[in-house]
Unconditional design. Sequence first.
Lengths: 273, 362
Amino acid sequence: MTRTSPRPFSVRRLPGFTAIAITCFVLLYAPIVTIVIYSFNAGDSVALWRGFSTKWYTVAAGNQIVQEATLRSLVIALWASGISTVLATMAALGTTRARNYRGRTLIYMLINQPLMVPEIVTAVALLIFFSSIKIATGYSGLGYLILAHSAFCIPFAYLPIRARMEGMDLALESAAADLYATPWQTFRRITLPLMAPGIAAGAMLAFVVSLDDVIITEFVKSAGQDTLPTYMLGQLRRAVTPEVNAISTALLALTVLLLTVFFILSGRNTARS
Amino acid sequence: MTHETAIAIRGVSKIFGPVETGLKALDNVSVDIRRNEFFTLLGPSGCGKTTLLRMIAGFETPTNGAIELDGTDITAEPPFRRPVNTVFQSYALFPHLTVAQNIAFGLEMLGRGKDEIKATTAEMLALVRMEAMAARLPAQLSGGQQQRVALARALAPRPSVLLLDEPLSALDLKLRKQMQIELKRMQQDTGITFVFVTHDQEEALTMSDRIAVMDAGHILQIGSPRDIYERPANRFVAGFIGESNFLDGTVLAAGPPARIALGGGQELSIDTADSPAAGQPVTLAVRPEYVLLGAFDAPGSLSGRITNLIYFGTDMHCHLTLDSGEELVARIPSGLSGKEGLETGAIAGVSFAPGALRIVGA
């Protein structure tokens, strides 16, 4: 004789769970799927299907303004993710490798501040701040955008690195020191290799976040400094062409690729420790 | 016989936090650890044993006092300049390095030649019987195997002293017993001084050449396992190492033999020269296995009522209340004959094996 034990609680058996889940996924992905499909539209309209073609990709790729904006976006994202990752790594070392000290919570909050302050506020603040520097120095290059992006990318780079380091046994560094490794050798041979997946994940996330930023870029950029997202915004103001769909799809593909790598890296994060 | 001193702890104190109000983990501790001995720091958690070990390794600095290694003051040396290696409680194996790379790490940091590193690593792998696992990562090993790698890694640079911080506490009982024997064997094979920290008195008794019993930042007694067990210096040691019965009484005559009055008009005679003066209160300790039960009217014995009998397989624990009102436990081997009269509620005569009663303080 078998007795049926009461089934454990599962949110999946709540009434309507499946329906709500499906609705949410449709709402999330239907617009994206539409954009992807219409990026392959042969016609000029964004709403009328005229057959399959990759012509808008060719058009976008051949557009010199798009080329320049793409290059600019990549340059900014590379610099910003690089700078913010280095800073975030140092911040993570400072907040996890030292004995608990007073004010650590405050420091966490300060590091993560860009996540909490409304982006528009940061944007306006940077606009005013940078314009006075511009007037004082006369410099109006990409440096402002790179600095601005580095600043708001720091928490995105910091969080995965910190998560990685918090899972690391502090005794590992003691063990290295015990085995005659100087502090620099300990960092080089033990700490850095172990935090590397976290650093890589942080850099990816910072890169993606920088790549698709609109608000701060729009406020800080000088004339002729359009990035890919601000160029697209400008295009939409005039006329919507399938070219924008094609660019969006390309950007989407890149982002998905980078985020996949990010998740693989942070997955290793937990598996290792 | 003279002994060379490997580590000399000289009046070491450690206060965590502000000096006035902080936590005093060690209070003016001095001890000489001899070369080539298996020395154990034994005590309950929070007694300061791990702090003392971490100080020898260099992870803590003494608030006061000095630490000497082979006659050199190393108090101010950082861990990576001390020829001392540690087996950590969590093992702390480097998760991104293989077993062989873990073992070779210390040798590499010392800048040894490639051939020597290779040879020593192979030798260590053989010592801990892990040759087959050389290419594995620590995550692919069982707890016992990780323990062995941690040991090999710490032994590879041939330290003058090996520190072991409760290395067996994460293992199950059977593996622990096996590792106890292996550790002892390795200590004898390598001739390296082992300083072992544990809260497990049985572990300390079976493995050590000498034991320092610690409590509340002090060393209470240092001696061989036999010394500590059979001649505990005070009530704490008698109670912490093995089981003890304690009897409170008053000295009638200092002797020898000393005569002690217990409550209820009962009297004991102890063959000791260091009894307090007549009229002083004393505490006596006796191990349960040295309590002998007999007929209640046997001459020279105390008498008590049996309150509980607990069967343990190899022996039986007999709980008694003496006429003086004190509680006592006697351990009777199962093979012993003449247990017929033992039943709850019966009156039994209680006597003690010669030399079993010890004065452990007032």
